[in-house]
Ligand binder design. Structure first.
Ligand code: PGA
Length: 242
């Protein structure tokens, strides 16, 4: 199976730049080495979906970076999973550590989002991962299992993202990611795919993608330029040829 390449553009890529970046990725000659999922900001979703449709591109999908836990109602500011699905979104990232940390989203709330998103027809990319402190205390497996407890039968892709490795340039050693992926695989069986996220770039992408129990990567800052995406697709195409 082709590796998953999930591009999380966070709040980095403006609406103006999103369609151009999507077009560059769609046109990349090595893109076919991966199954690509682009996660633009909510405001850029329509343009990115439009760019994919216009190019009639295959094996490239659109994810929302988050969603509400209901489809409609008195929830100011929330975005309905059902409306996202209607807008051409196929996946949604739920439980990203930036949502957990900055918006106090806990496992109970995240489980509600997972249920609603699935009912709306979205595939769920669920993020788990420990803080540096939890790692130092030897609690990684416990933390990850706890984050998975309520949702493990309902998610399609699990992204293991050690919090301290996100946006810091400090990626974990691939063999350490592999250990956690193996723990996750024991929890979920073959119901879900498993990706690594946290400071993935053109230099380390191959070692993550080829690790055991690893189906792909979730890439943040390195996915926000067409040049570094091209460099990463090139690396993936080398694996595809081997
Ligand atoms: P990063 O972000 O690649 O910039 O570390 C990954 C993520 O947050 O998903």
């Amino acid at each position: 199976m082709k590796p998953l390449f999930i591009a999380n553009w966070k709040q980095y890529v403006s609406v103006g730049r999103s369609a151009a970046l999507a077009r560059a990725i769609i046109a990349d000659k090595n893109r076919g080495a991966a199954t690509v999922i682009l996660a633009p900001s909510f405001l850029a979703i329509a343009d990115v979906v439009g760019a994919i449709k216009h190019a009639r591109a295959r094996n490239i999908f659109v994810a929302a970076q988050d969603c509400g836990f209901t489809d409609e109602g008195a929830y100011t500011g929330a975005v309905s999973p059902r409306e996202l699905h209607k807008a051409g979104v196929s996946h949604v990232i739920i439980g990203h550590s930036e949502r957990r940390a900055n918006y106090a989203e806990d496992n109970q709330l995240l489980a509600k989002k997972v249920v609603t998103a699935r009912e709306a027809g979205l595939k769920v990319i669920y993020c788990v991962g420990e803080t540096k402190e939890e790692r130092n205390e030897g609690r990684v497996a416990e933390v990850v299992r706890d984050q998975l407890r309520l949702v493990k039968k309902m998610v399609d892709i699990i992204a293991y993202e050690p919090r301290w490795a996100i946006g810091t340039g400090l990626s974990i050693a691939p063999h350490e990611a592999e250990q956690i992926h193996t723990i996750i695989a024991k929890e979920v069986g073959d119901r879900a795919q498993i990706c690594y996220g946290g400071s993935v770039n053109e230099k380390n992408i191959r070692s993550f993608v080829t690790a055991a129990n690893t189906d792909g990567v979730l890439v943040g800052s390195a996915s926000t330029s067409s040049k570094s995406c091209a460099a990463m697709f090139k690396q993936l195409s080398v694996i595809a040829r081997v």
